[in-house]
Design a protein around this ligand. Structure first.
Ligand code: 5CA
Length: 443
């Protein structure tokens, strides 16, 4: 992408309305624009990051055996009357009437709708287990939308729904998602700790929130420090192995970890003082097992081996990709701006032309830029006529992991500079060496 042809509305001044660093940086880096309280447009840079997060989430959902669908944002109130949640959900639900005066709503979650899909097609235990997920916008009319996309009213959610013949099978489905979540957050470069959690309006009696520790987090959490050193399940984890996954989940739930609602002070205080971690955290994922809470009232039954129909056992599993964009910035930034993990960065490499119009500099930059594109990188070429200082500031602000800085002085000696955004380390190398350094996206 040539910056001169891109749409990157950078703000030089710090927006006053933004209370936390991720919100400030997302506005300054031209990633989002607020349209009304808690409702945002995603500008090109923000959308790139959101899509990259979705790609990781999707890969790990698929790996665990879940199957992607896409359900609508607008739902019929009748479905929610069947489960009894239409009245119970309260003011957070945005209720709408269509032209025929039918009650509709903008979905805050999809348990009812996915249960309706399931009951329409699946009748036998032979078609189980099944886990269907989608990545779709949700609306919750939060009393206090704040911190930008961290707590929005309209936000993106990956929500998966599992269907099983009995409680044991449902436990395995829960463990699959639990394990997939550990892998997903680790791939995003985040340390997310599963904590016993309250189930709120979703219901059920087994639930974990996945919490990223951050001083600006909205939740108060308590856990054993050793979780910070636990190993992530490997890429070749066998998601069909009941014992294997139970082993992973047992390990990751073996030590104390709870959100404020579930906190038991005496148990926590019994830990050695040096192992007690009491901190603020961001909830990036939340998983639930709720048995037959929806399948029973909605008549989602399957026939078991003896032919007797019984309500299917369900769980639901949420991740907030739009919230994750903010969480990643809370976890990765410095005074200069954002520091993205390589896999999530909006661009892989930025080429900074320090003297546009100078034939040698333009030539070297074009050569670099085209070679990087040919190797499959998302390259950003700053070919604008901004001063060098402005280019450095922009590249640092938007957090591209690698910068190749090209100017006439260096080129006179046959050199360009490679800068690593994360630690600021710089290296002077020949143009050929710079090209050779970046071997190809898959390499
Ligand atoms: N149906 C279940 C699981 S699929 C459910 O709705 N769970 S939830 O309420 O816990 O939300 C799932 C995830 O969505 C949360 O862990 C969080 O990452 C994200 N999320 C929830 N509310 C918001 C919000 N207001 N703004 C941004 N992200 C949110």
């Amino acid at each position: 992408m040539r910056l001169s042809r891109y749409f990157l509305p950078i703000l030089r001044d710090t927006p006053k309305e933004a209370e936390i660093v991720s919100h400030r940086l997302m506005l300054r880096a031209g990633m989002i624009r607020q349209q009304s309280a808690g409702i945002y447009s995603w500008l090109p840079l923000g959308l790139r990051v959101l899509n990259k997060i979705n790609a990781v989430v999707r890969e790990e959902q698929n790996r665990s055996g879940a199957i992607e669908i896409l359900m609508p944002t607008i739902q019929s109130a009748d479905l929610w009357r069947e489960s009894g949640r239409y009245d119970a959900y309260g003011k957070e639900m945005l209720r709408i009437k269509d032209r025929h005066e039918r009650d509709m709503l903008f979905g805050p979650t999809n348990e009812e709708m996915v249960t309706d899909i399931f009951r329409s097609y699946v009748k036998s235990y032979k078609d189980l287990p099944l886990n269907l997920y989608h990545i779709q916008w949700k609306f919750r009319d939060e009393v206090r939308p704040r911190f930008g996309v961290m707590r929005g009213r309209e936000f993106l959610m990956k929500d998966a729904y599992s269907f099983d013949i009995d409680k044991d099978a449902a436990r395995h489905a829960y463990n699959r998602m639990f394990t997939a979540y550990l892998r997903t957050f680790a791939r995003l470069g985040l340390k997310a700790i599963p904590m016993r959690a309250d189930t709120g309006p979703i219901g059920g009696d087994l639930s974990h929130e996945f919490i990223v520790l951050a001083s600006t987090g909205e939740s108060q959490v308590f856990c054993h420090k050793d979780y910070l050193d636990f190993e992530t399940p490997a890429i070749d984890t066998d998601f069909d192995s009941v014992e294997g996954l139970q082993g992973i989940v047992d390990k990751w739930t073996s030590l104390y970890a709870a959100t404020e609602e579930m906190h038991e002070a005496p148990a926590f205080e019994a830990l050695p003082a040096e192992s007690q971690l009491s901190a603020r955290g961001i909830e990036v994922g939340h998983i639930f097992y709720f048995g037959t809470k929806y399948s029973e009232p909605m008549g989602a039954t399957v026939a078991g081996p003896d032919g007797t129909p019984a309500p299917v056992h369900m769980g639901s599993y949420g991740i907030g990709p739009s919230r994750l964009v903010a969480a990643l910035i809370e976890a990765g930034h410095d005074d200069g701006g954002i520091i993205w993990p390589d896999e999530i960065a909006p661009f892989d490499i930025a080429v900074l032309n320090l003297k546009v119009g100078d034939a040698a500099t333009d030539g070297a930059c074009e050569q670099l830029y085209k070679a990087l594109l040919a190797k499959g990188y998302d390259a950003l070429y700053d070919d604008t006529d901004t001063r060098p200082g402005g280019k450095f500031a922009t590249a640092d602000l938007i957090g591209v992991p690698w910068q190749i800085i090209v100017g006439p002085k260096g080129l006179a000696e046959g050199k360009v500079e490679i800068k690593r955004r994360a630690d600021g380390e710089r290296e002077l190398v020949s143009l050929e060496a710079a090209l050779d350094r970046f071997k190809g996206k898959a390499a």
